[in-house]
Design a protein around this ligand. Structure first.
Ligand code: C2E
Ligand code: MG
Ligand code: MG
Ligand code: MG
Length: 280
């Protein structure tokens, strides 16, 4: 009986793995064409400075609309792009597009707007990244400080010495670095001091139950207090309710991002928000 169950479980597992492999292959093939067929676009999610209540920037989030597959989440297609090498051209496209958008908003009199882009670990380890970004920023003629690069603790801690070098090179070129999903990785405090990051993005997993969970409240308070002592800025991710916002304010968090302030928006919709803020 146990044997038979075991066999069934094994067969089920295999079928599921086959389905997953097939899906990954389908996505890979479709992704290869996504760039040239202009199926990718960026959405912009507002980042709000709490003290003044102003939108100070946006996080650019990659979106993929496939004619048959529909919209595929970046949590699903980014790993596929990473494993088949497509992440490099795709990541370059993201940086170019964000930079172009920054310049356009400037030209429309809406700027300066800061835009944060997510880097993949594959991009971050790519030796030519700093030169590439430098070149893109110069071609666009924007202030490099308007482009923020988000990396994660895992990316920084894999080879910390090498990561510090890359971060310094980016920093030297005037780019801003933020640590994404902070608190979910394992960066040591001694490294945090050495990384030239200027902002910690507190992961949404700590924000979610902030009003009910005293432990999450303690963790967020500790992150904000440590960041402040180290001279780092703080941004809370995934803020959905007024209750969460009240606690974050009280704890001295500087900025927030989440559905309470706005979903990721198409560029024209984000521009409309900026315009309303200017006139209002
Ligand atoms: P992330 O960088 O931590 O981005 C934040 C995610 O939280 C986004 O999911 C955003 O839509 C979502 N979010 C924002 N506010 C709220 C909220 O109030 N509640 C909830 N429940 N979620 C909220 P998204 O757009 O699905 O992206 C997921 C992840 O995919 C990102 O996490 C990032 O790691 C990755 N990603 C997205 N765009 C890019 C890209 O251009 N390049 C790379 N390498 N990775 C990207
Ligand atoms: Mg991010
Ligand atoms: Mg994040
Ligand atoms: Mg994340």
């Amino acid at each position: 009986r146990a044997k038979r169950d075991g066999r069934n479980a094994a067969r089920f597992f295999t079928a599921e793995m086959q389905a997953q492999t097939l899906r990954a292959l389908t996505l890979e093939n479709a992704l290869r064409r996504a760039l040239e067929r202009e199926q990718l676009h960026l959405c912009y999610q507002p980042q709000v400075e709490l003290e003044r209540g102003l939108i100070t920037g946006a996080e650019a989030l990659l979106r993929w609309e496939h004619p048959e597959l529909g919209s595929v989440s970046p949590t699903e297609f980014i790993p596929v792009a990473e494993s088949c090498g497509l992440i490099l051209p795709m990541g370059e496209w993201v940086i170019r597009e964000a930079t172009r958008q920054i310049r356009q908003w400037m030209a429309q009199g809406l700027g300066p707007v800061k835009v944060a882009v997510n880097l993949s670990s594959v991009q971050f380890r790519h030796l030519e990244l700093p030169q590439l970004i430098d070149q893109i920023v110069k071609q666009a003629g924007i202030d490099p400080a308007l482009l923020e690069l988000e990396l994660t603790e895992g990316m920084a801690m894999l080879e910390p010495q090498r990561a510090i070098e890359t971060m310094r090179e980016l920093h030297r070129r005037g780019l801003q670095l933020a640590m994404d999903d902070f608190g979910t990785g394992y960066s040591s405090l001694s490294y945090l001091k050495k990384f030239p990051v200027y902002k910690l993005k507190i992961d949404q997993s700590f924000v979610r139950d902030l009003t009910e969970d005293p432990e999450d409240r303690a963790i967020v308070a500790a992150i904000i207090s440590m960041a402040t002592s180290l001279g780092l800025q703080t941004l809370a991710e995934g803020v959905e309710t007024q209750g969460q916002l009240d606690i974050l304010r009280q704890q001295g968090c500087r900025e927030a991002q989440g559905w309470l302030f706005g979903r990721p928006l198409r560029a024209p919709d984000f521009a409309a928000l900026l315009a309303a803020q200017r006139t209002g």
